[in-house]
Ligand binder design. Structure first.
Ligand code: PEP
Ligand code: MN
Length: 327
């Protein structure tokens, strides 16, 4: 890390504090500035806090703020979903309704997505709805319907957790535990999921930077769970033409920093089923490790996110369309 100070700044206090914290500091005096080159693990140092010292003009990080996500984590123990190596299932396709609405609904959709070639069945049972008046999910009963439907068609089950108290139930009944965009920075939840015995699908918050997203993954790994899959799902921008804006830059940028798999959810990004196939092709062509797609047998009647849900036939078409990029 390099700290840039005014030429007449008193550096003693800053130097002493850095030494006390175990850092080695080299000083360079130029014509206009003083530079402090700070050596050691600077991930714990907050740039903002350093700005409080007298005369500090700028703080430049020369290293990533990560200790885990930028390492090779899977060399000795490749990521597995259930018993299957993740690498053998790329692109990993998760498909299913926004929410589990009934046993019949999830079974019907499971059959369709399985026959089209999906690996995993999604379905929210605990729904993080913007309005408290909207359908909140079938909760534990819904999760059991999801599990049974997934098992019937040899699919993995993926569902979103909102409360750490539900973790034992999720560990028992799903194969991948999803953290939704709204909970990406729920650090208490992340710490609890660090102890989970199942892989975590960490969605990016729609108002979060890539760095914040990766630092949330860092929480999971630091607290014991390195089985993390990242999911870009669109961010909020000035343009309200679509629900969100799919940030393929962010997906690719994340992939440059980490070896964790990064998948894309074009359904929540677009909010419109007509854009989902194109965004899926773009994501896979660009190198995403998988997709999460909302599929509903009757989108018009869906309890949530019908406008962005594909009918099974369209999902089948999408699967054929992306195969071109992976052969
Ligand atoms: C979801 O996948 O069901 C969901 C609510 O998505 P997000 O958290 O990305 O909004
Ligand atoms: Mn949804």
């Amino acid at each position: 890390m390099i700290i840039v100070l005014d030429i007449d700044a008193a550096t003693e206090e800053l130097e002493r504090d850095l030494h006390d914290r175990g850092y080695v500091v080299h000083i360079l005096k130029g014509d206009d500035h003083i530079l402090l080159y700070v050596m050691g693990d600077t991930t714990e140092l907050e740039s903002r806090a350093l700005n409080a010292y007298d005369g500090v003009k700028n703080v430049l990080r020369t290293k990533d703020p990560y200790r885990y996500v930028n390492r090779s984590l899977f060399a000795d123990r490749p990521l597995r979903i259930g018993k299957k190596p993740f690498s053998e299932m790329k692109p990993f396709i998760i498909a299913g309704p926004c929410a589990v609405e009934s046993r019949e609904q999830i079974v019907k959709i499971a059959e369709k997505v399985a026959s089209a070639g999906a690996h995993a069945l999604r379905g929210g049972a605990f729904k993080p709805r913007t309005s408290p008046h909207a359908f909140q999910g079938l909760e534990r009963e819904g999760l059991m319907h999801l599990r049974k439907a997934a098992d019937a068609f040899d699919l993995f089950a993926v569902s979103e957790i909102m409360d750490k108290e539900d973790l034992p139930f999720f560990e028992e009944h799903v194969d991948i535990i999803q953290v939704g965009a709204r909970n990406m920075q729920n650090h208490d939840l992340l710490k609890a999921l660090g102890k989970a015995k199942k892989p975590i699908l960490l969605k990016r918050g729609f108002a979060n930077t890539v760095e914040e997203w990766l630092l949330s993954a860092e929480y999971l790994i630091m607290h014991g769970n390195r089985d993390v899959i990242l999911c870009e799902r669109g961010i909020r921008t000035f343009d309200s033409a679509t629900r969100h804006t799919l940030d393929l830059n962010g997906m690719l940028y994340a992939k440059q920093i980490t070896e964790l798999p990064v998948i894309v959810d074009p359904s929540h990004a677009a909010g419109d089923y007509r854009l989902v196939e194109g965004l899926s092709k773009a994501s896979i062509a660009a190198g995403a490790d998988g997709l999460m797609i909302e599929v509903h047998n009757n989108p018009f009647q869906a309890f949530s996110d019908g406008a962005q849900s594909l009918k099974p036939k369209r999902f089948e078409k999408l699967m054929k369309a992306i195969a071109v990029y992976t052969e």
